[in-house]
Ligand binder design. Structure first.
Ligand code: SAM
Length: 196
């Protein structure tokens, strides 16, 4: 997964690809500009119109940005329609994702919207609530992926909350791991939570 040239998001995508299959239902808990949403759509969309990406972001501007990015990047209208976008806090994901959905992946890419207001960031309290919600909706064999940026103010506090959540998960039902560049101390940290 790791070479010096790869961005943290590419490493995360490579991990997702090892878990997600065509036809799966996945959640993008932080749509931002839609790069992760598009990567997820490509992983789940199959020729029978199966596969769903439920995306959310607290900022209307991020939902608009994701929506127009997808319109530009995905020619097939039916594929665009596999993505459902909601301008809500990710702590409310259970209100969005259908109760009977078998969710294979919940992806978080924390921090601020690139190119947007850098003061509007994910915060520990709602991130923790969202992780709890994600752990409830995730199906067996699924993955919660959390990319945490530690270079901005508040980033390390958020990492503390994510790590504390990860270490609280029972070992008989969860495997938690952390991917961190040891020779780049402020590089983003990838936390992976696999539900057995
Ligand atoms: N995944 C995005 C992409 O591929 O472009 C990048 C996400 S960006 C690093 C983090 C996003 O989290 C921002 O767009 C921000 O608005 C959003 N965010 C902040 N707090 C949130 C919350 N409570 N619920 C959902 N999204 C939130």
């Amino acid at each position: 997964f790791i070479t010096g040239k790869r961005k943290a998001t590419e490493v995360a995508h490579a991990v997702w690809r090892s878990i997600v299959q065509k036809g799966d239902t996945v959640v993008d808990a932080t749509c931002g500009n839609g790069n992760d949403t598009l990567a997820l759509l490509k992983m789940v969309a199959d020729e029978r119109g199966q596969g769903r990406v439920y995306g959310m972001d607290i900022q209307d501007s991020a939902i608009e940005s994701t929506s127009s990015f997808l319109k530009m990047a995905v020619e097939d209208y039916y594929q665009q329609d596999l993505v459902k976008l909601f301008p809500v806090c990710h702590s409310r994901m259970e209100e969005i994702v259908p109760k009977d959905a078998s969710v294979r992946l919940v992806a978080f890419n924390l921090g601020y919207l690139p190119g947007g207001d850098k003061t509007l960031i994910t915060v520990p309290k709602t991130t923790e609530l969202a992780l709890q919600a994600a752990s409830r909706i995730l199906s067996s064999g699924g993955l919660i992926s959390v990319l945490v940026y530690i270079g901005h103010p508040g980033g390390r506090d958020e990492l503390d909350v994510v790590e504390s959540f990860a270490s609280s998960l029972p070992i008989d039902t969860w495997a938690s791991c952390k991917l961190q560049m040891v020779n780049r101390p402020v590089a983003p940290v990838l936390i992976l939570l696999n539900k057995k």
